[in-house]
Write a new protein. Structure first.
Ligand SMILES: [Fe+2]
Ligand SMILES: [Fe+2]
Length: 135
């Protein structure tokens, strides 16, 4: 069922990136469903690990295009990615050690970050990607 929905306004106009963003939305929904459905610490940890891993795959995919075609805002964009990865990794560690619980606040943070990054920072590369990426 899920908490959040992909909407056309989130499109960056490049299918491969939209599909990766949709998968991230799905993974946040999976955390929500697992939490609401009374998931165990272990099952939640597994989904969080998956999210961290896939987020890195996605960021690397964007950054590879930036570097290959010389995107002007590469550094600022990469900094946002790095900060988010560090924040999520901190949470993951705390959760794994039983120091930080999984709550709706965490899911809201993930959701808000993703949508504001897609609508703001990622949207800025839309025309650059459309000019340089085939799909
Ligand atoms: Fe992105
Ligand atoms: Fe990005």
């Amino acid at each position: 069922m899920g908490l959040i929905k992909w909407e056309e306004k989130y499109s960056v106009g490049v299918d491969s990136m939209d599909n990766q963003h949709k998968k991230l939305v799905q993974m946040i929904n999976d955390i929500f469903d697992e939490l609401r459905g009374g998931g165990t610490h272990e099952s939640l940890l597994k989904i969080i690990e998956g999210l961290v891993e896939y987020t890195q795959v996605h960021f690397k995919a964007e950054e590879a295009v930036f570097e290959k075609f010389g995107y002007a805002e590469t550094e600022e964009h990469k900094k946002e990615h790095e900060k988010f990865i560090a924040q999520v990794a901190d949470f993951q560690k705390g959760f794994e050690e039983g120091k930080i619980p999984m709550t709706m606040d965490i899911i809201t943070f993930l959701k808000d970050w993703l949508f504001s990054h897609i609508l703001g920072t990622d949207q800025k590369y839309s025309s650059f990607f459309k000019d340089n990426v085939i799909v």
